[in-house]
Design a protein around this ligand. Structure first.
Ligand SMILES: NC(=O)c1ccc[n+]([C@@H]2O[C@H](COP(=O)([O-])OP(=O)(O)OC[C@H]3O[C@@H](n4cnc5c(N)ncnc54)[C@H](OP(=O)(O)O)[C@@H]3O)[C@@H](O)[C@H]2O)c1
Length: 239
């Protein structure tokens, strides 16, 4: 299987890893549908990708079933779906705001369920769904208990979904630290944190969105891979 002339829906494609996935798909001749909450961000991403002729932007909140249903009703002949969307919460357990914890669950875990539910009705039987978890499932950051929890839950979820939605394949991509817009929201000194982590990692550097784009293409194209968690973390989980 290759991606030429296939349509790939990327929920979270307006920035970071999703943007890297979109670029990798376009390089292989695919059409992309970028989804996320901010229509402006998606339009800017399409321009940055120079993908007006092979791309579409649809504003949708993955935690809202009506939005997810509309997203897939608006897109014909979808070959693959990649989800990188997440609205995460980093807080100490003793003070965790339940509303923030719910947002993390609803965007990253229930959002994955909603995408599987509505995409499965539209996908080619030879198609795939790729969800994004993360190294926090094994190496949580301080205040990252809920992030660890949703990532770990996604690893279990893809095995159940792969059995149930077969022959559609369902996998998870588990990134390590990747230089993306996500880090600008965490309130930490990104330059210092990245430099220290790069020294620790066997790969000797922080991940880039294109590293994950490359891995997502593998999961879409490899017809014998389903229910898998593909770790792309520069060795973080054992460093
Ligand atoms: N970057 C890392 O170091 C790293 C490490 C491990 C795992 N990950 C995981 O990789 C995934 C992507 O992260 P990233 O670094 O690419 O972050 P990012 O640049 O912040 O991208 C996340 C995208 O998801 C969209 N989004 C957020 N909530 C959404 C919702 N409710 N509905 C629809 N779209 C939504 C955002 O756009 P809007 O705000 O416009 O909706 C944004 O474009 C996340 O699941 C993250 O946990 C990242």
């Amino acid at each position: 299987m290759n991606l030429k002339d296939q349509t790939v829906v990327i929920v979270g494609g307006g920035s970071g890893i999703g943007f890297g996935v979109a670029r990798a798909c376009l390089e292989r001749g695919a059409h992309v549908v970028l989804a996320g909450r901010s229509a402006n961000k998606l339009e800017r991403a399409l321009d940055a990708l120079q993908a007006r002729d092979r791309g579409q932007a649809i504003a949708a909140d993955i935690s809202q079933e009506t939005d997810v249903a509309r997203l897939f009703a608006q897109t014909a002949r979808v070959a693959h779906v990649v989800v990188t969307a997440a609205d995460l919460a980093y807080q100490p357990i003793r003070e965790f705001e339940v509303s923030a914890a719910r947002r993390a669950l609803e965007s990253k875990l229930l959002g994955a369920l909603l995408v599987c539910k509505h995409a499965a009705r539209r996908l080619d039987p030879s198609g795939s769904i790729t969800l994004t978890s993360g190294v926090a499932s094994e190496r949580p950051l301080p205040r990252g208990s809920m992030v660890a929890a949703v990532n770990g839950a996604l690893h279990s979820f893809v095995r159940g979904a792969a059995l149930e939605l077969a022959p559609i394949r369902v996998n998870a991509l588990s990134p390590g630290w990747v230089d993306s817009e996500l880090w600008d929201t965490l309130g930490i000194d990104k330059t210092a944190a990245f430099s220290a982590m790069a020294q620790r990692l066997p790969a000797g550097r922080i991940g880039r969105p294109e590293d994950l784009g490359h891995a997502a293409v593998f999961l879409m194209e490899n017809e014998f891979t389903t229910g898998a968690v593909l770790t792309v973390d520069g060795g973080h989980r054992f460093a």
